[in-house]
Ligand binder design. Structure first.
Ligand code: NAG
Ligand code: NAG
Length: 196
């Protein structure tokens, strides 16, 4: 009985303190170059050929469709590490927030249902059965059905107000854990709208 009661209270607390947000990007093309591009870092066009992919923003809704082809020159089997860091604009500059995440190897979980990026993006790749073992290796073509990018987050903690940007970095490592010459750095700037 006691355990149930505790469980119930935890559930209530969690539900009441989680805030739901929609991230609304600033840039119609969604991805920006990094403002402090690290050495040998490429932008979005260094990882994907997006010439057959369209991004359209209508009101707060981002519509995406078409196909992208990976052109990043790394080796099949490389471990691909991805990290996200959220920054907030505070009066004169960007300040890091506690929201950050590093994924040691994205390849095995790129198409995993519980992951955020699956919900937002990779579930819309219609040839996922053919490409799920190919990760971001050069030549892989990702065929999308048209979809709306609906970046809804549930977060606890301080409310999010103002301008934010997320810096996404992608690095590849050989099986001997040597970092490849080039990496990827992109920024996405926008603001959060409270949904509840
Ligand atoms: C874009 O689509 C055209 C026509 O289907 C195709 O020939 C071309 O290879 C595609 N380019 C990429 C980068 O996927
Ligand atoms: C994407 O690829 C599919 C399958 O090859 C093709 O039918 C479709 O026309 C392509 N879309 C674009 C925008 O290139």
């Amino acid at each position: 009985m006691y355990l149930y009661a505790v469980f119930f209270i935890i559930l209530l607390v969690r539900q009441s303190s989680a805030l739901k947000y929609l991230f609304v990007p600033e840039n119609d093309e969604f991805f920006n170059d990094c403002s402090k591009q690290p050495d040998n870092a490429l932008n979005i066009n260094g990882i994907f050929d997006m010439s057959n992919f369209t991004i359209m923003q209508k009101d707060d809704v981002i519509q995406m469709s078409g196909n992208i082809t990976v052109i990043w020159q790394i080796h099949p089997g490389d471990r691909i590490q991805m990290s996200f860091q959220l920054f907030r604009f505070d009066r004169i500059g960007w300040v890091q927030t506690p929201y950050s995440m590093t994924v040691f190897n994205i390849c095995p979980i790129l198409y995993d249902e519980p992951q955020y990026w699956y919900k937002y993006w990779t579930k819309n790749i219609i040839n996922k059965e053919d490409v799920k073992d190919k990760c971001f290796y050069s030549g892989t073509q990702l065929i999308h059905k048209p979809f709306e990018l609906n970046l809804v987050f549930e977060l606890t903690g301080l409310p999010l107000n103002g301008r934010y940007k997320s810096i996404v970095t992608v690095q590849a490592f050989s099986t001997k854990n040597v970092k490849r010459e080039t990496s990827i750095c992109v920024e996405v700037e926008g603001h959060f709208e409270r949904l509840n």
